[in-house]
Design a protein around this ligand. Sequence first.
Ligand code: BGP
Length: 479
Amino acid sequence: MAFPKTFLWGGATAANQYEGGWNEGGKGASVPDHMRGGDVNTPRQIDADFVPGALYPSWVASDFYHHVDEDIALFAEMGWNVFRMSINWSRLFPTGMEDKPLEAGVAFYDHVFDCCIAHGIEPLVTLSHYELPYALVEKYNAWESRALIDHFFTYAKFCLDRWHDKVKYWLTFNENNSGVLEMGAALSLSLIKDYSGTVFEIPTTAQQRFNALHYQFLASARIVSYAHENYPGVMMGNMDGFMASYANTCDPADVLLNQERMRENNWYSSDVYVRGHYPQFAKRLWKERGVVLDWQPGDKELLEAGTVDFYSFSYYQTATHTTHDNAEMTGGNLLFGAKNPYLKATDWGWQIDPTGLRIFLNELTDRYDGLPLMVVENGLGAFDELVVEDGVERVHDPYRTDYLKQHVAAMSEAIEDGCNLLGYTWWGGIDLVSASTGEYAKRYGFIYVDYHDDGTGDGHRVRKDSFYDYQRIIAESRG
Ligand code: BGP
């Protein structure tokens, strides 16, 4: 394998899907706390007001809040030297509008980072992973308002000031390129003031979403600039939900359609983060979508100054796009498209494509001229079965190990191809709540967590077979 000795191996989580303790230590409610679970056929439901008796999976999630030492010790046992996690904004600033953070929240993250460091694990921290204090929705309709830039800065500045010497790698917004899609209205932009209903039916316009995204770009650039000016040791990254796609046929009309999708879904956002300005095609896109961005004096310079040090992304699947009628469609969380006959799919319809990872790592390397890259999410959501053999609980999950091995091999090839790949964090590493469906049943982890969609379970942890396989892969890569 071509991985350098310094390569960062680990797993990724998000506070809203993993942490639980949703109202402990004074924490305020966040957007995902208002979302119920669904499944592959039933969309998640957002409740503006909590419904008595309804189950909100983020409230307990995997209860990391009460399992910090145990979980981080397990990560270290696997050989991780990086742990991607996010901070719950509302655990520090319950409404997102306070000047000072809650002590209990600060103490919690102090403990998490200290525990990581004690185990030789670098924390990789996402400042905003699909969550926002719900009070900011009630007051401003979230990122619809420019005021969020200041509130975010207060929160993010506190995090950098407090933890810059413990946390070297930071990501600003998780997958906010999804804001170009209607799906991004809930999880990424939180444009849900007074809204109750499914995550798919939020009545937003392209104008609202593209402009909210513009504010997030500005907020990101502002904290990146602040970090660069004050803490030269830190590395600031973006995080794109990479919506990798191909043309479904060699019909030039399909190729053009795919180029348009790749531009809007991916390059539109990543060019702003990496190059510090919108791409040339943006003008036409805005015109066609009826979008007029709120440009204020200083915005242009802010974007130019706040470019990232590395590009990070999630990669699960690829889709294809076609102009031809009657194509069979396939599923995804952000990315939907026509079926690719050369690929197999998961039970949720996500098409598995390790070669695609190599292709797009190479493409990113070419586009951004060798910029350091990090794969901060990749993984397989599957139904797992917990069995008891000779009195020992086990999960046999060879499908997960297969997926892992194939993607590791693809990354190794991409490194040989010349990519400057810094690290890899498998999504989950430990079971957590799914973002798109809100299920526990869709499991990603190498560590099983005993919670279930009906609200049962005691949260105990079990090493799956893949735990030992990942441990072996990491050890082998270090030689
Ligand atoms: C990404 C999100 C994660 C995560 C992952 C897997 O889009 O950043 O939060 O959940 O996808 O998706 P899901 O949980 O929907 O299976």
